[in-house]
Design a protein. Structure first.
Length: 403
């Protein structure tokens, strides 16, 4: 009898292990990530078939085609970034976790069929927030305080827009005003952001959540004329340095430097970045398109990657994934491993006053002179600011090529 029971248990385990996996059903889903204060951070995705879905954040559409199944679970990996969702599938939807292994972060995840990002509790809309907002994050902390510019568009209760900071933007935000409560969220596979606030026509007081590991307060006031400091004035060469140079390895271990023959008598753009960084992804796509539309043998771009991956092999695997997914043709070197700490990054580039942002781009003319250093990147979520930067970039780069 005992042997029979053991055999039965063994056959049961084997049959469960070989169980045909449940597959994602077509339809629109509302997903939630559980963040601090027991808040739900929602986003919408649409399953087109069991191996293809699209994530929506305002105007942004992220196509996800890396979907695998294991028994009763699905593993969903967004393009470029390392983060993935692993969830069990049942008749009620999905339940599992969003995981970023390099940072040892796990966030509770669930999803069910629903087309509404945020549900309304009030029938009223008590504020109009379209326009520009002078914003301060962590206003009561001198060490953590930083400024931002909110840019929002409102259609009845629906809100889209973003917060621009001196180092980049908070991506495509989408949400609602429910009575006097503002709720905005975004999810792109790298970052999960939730903003909540009490609002009037002229003020905001709220909190910013990043995943389940970060929370900070923010305040804002309407100011249509507010502008952030110029992005070209924040990072510069320190006194005593008249050149920018480096020596970092490519995937084959070969050290690449600006003094190499390939980069002599050319305009060179050096991109300080990381494969984990959404603003860097936006900027990299921008550079890929620029090189396609403006082929010129007298310009070179070099990426310096500051990677959070724990091994060199894993760091280059993620760099290669970025290159392949968006078609990067310029070299990306490994500048730092295991951390994206900006103090450590500045030690690798001691000629800079600081590394304030990923990304940062150094513009170098044909004589090897640094002509401009641009901190951060205003991505397409910033609308007019993105178009303004595109025009400015193209004009300035053309002037360097004409010299």
């Amino acid at each position: 009898m005992k042997k029979f029971l053991l055999l039965f248990l063994l056959l049961y385990i084997i049959s469960c292990g070989n169980k045909s996996p449940n597959k994602l059903e077509k339809g629109t889903y509302r997903a939630t990530l559980k963040v601090q204060d027991n808040q739900d951070l929602p986003f919408i995705f649409e399953v087109e078939n069991d191996s293809l879905l699209t994530i929506f954040n305002a105007e942004e559409k992220i196509t996800v085609d890396e979907i695998n199944y294991e028994n009763d679970s699905v593993i969903i990996k967004t393009p470029v970034f390392e983060g993935y969702i692993k969830a069990k599938i049942d008749e009620n939807g999905l339940k599992g976790f969003f995981v970023k292994e390099s940072l040892d972060r796990i966030v509770e995840f669930s999803a069910s069929k629903n087309k509404e990002r945020f549900s309304k509790k009030s029938s009223e809309v008590k504020a109009s927030i379209s326009g520009n907002w002078e914003t301060v994050f962590s206003p009561n902390s001198e060490s953590d305080k930083y400024i931002a510019k909110g840019i929002f568009r409102q259609n009845k209760e629906k809100i889209t827009g973003t917060f621009r900071t001196t180092t980049g933007d908070y991506r495509y935000l989408e949400g609602i005003i429910d009575g006097d409560s503002l709720k905005l969220s975004t999810f792109d596979g790298a970052h999960a952001f939730l903003f909540t606030a009490k609002v009037t026509d002229s003020t905001m007081i709220g909190n910013f959540y990043s995943g389940n590991h970060w929370k900070e307060p923010f305040v804002a006031k309407r100011n249509e004329n507010y502008e952030l400091p110029k992005a070209d004035s924040l990072t510069f060469l320190k006194d005593g340095f008249d050149k920018f140079d480096f020596s970092f390895p490519n995937e084959k271990g070969k050290l690449i430097s600006l003094s190499d023959k390939k980069y002599q008598n050319k305009v060179v753009l050096v991109q300080i970045m990381g494969s984990w960084c959404p603003n860097c992804l936006d900027e990299s796509k921008f550079y890929v398109n620029y090189l396609k539309e403006n082929p010129n043998e007298n310009i070179e771009i070099i990426g310096l990657a500051f990677q959070v991956a724990k091994t060199k092999e894993l760091a280059f695997k993620r760099i290669n994934r970025l290159e392949e997914r968006i078609g990067i043709s310029y070299p990306i070197l490994l500048a730092q491993l295991g951390s994206a700490d900006k103090i450590l990054a500045q030690e690798k580039l001691p000629m800079l006053n600081h590394v304030l942002s990923y990304p940062t781009t150094i513009f170098i003319d044909k004589k090897g002179v640094v002509r401009k250093i641009h901190t951060g990147f205003n991505g397409p979520a910033t609308g007019e600011k993105y178009l303004e930067y595109k025009k400015e970039f193209e004009n300035f780069t053309a002037s360097l090529l004409d010299e």
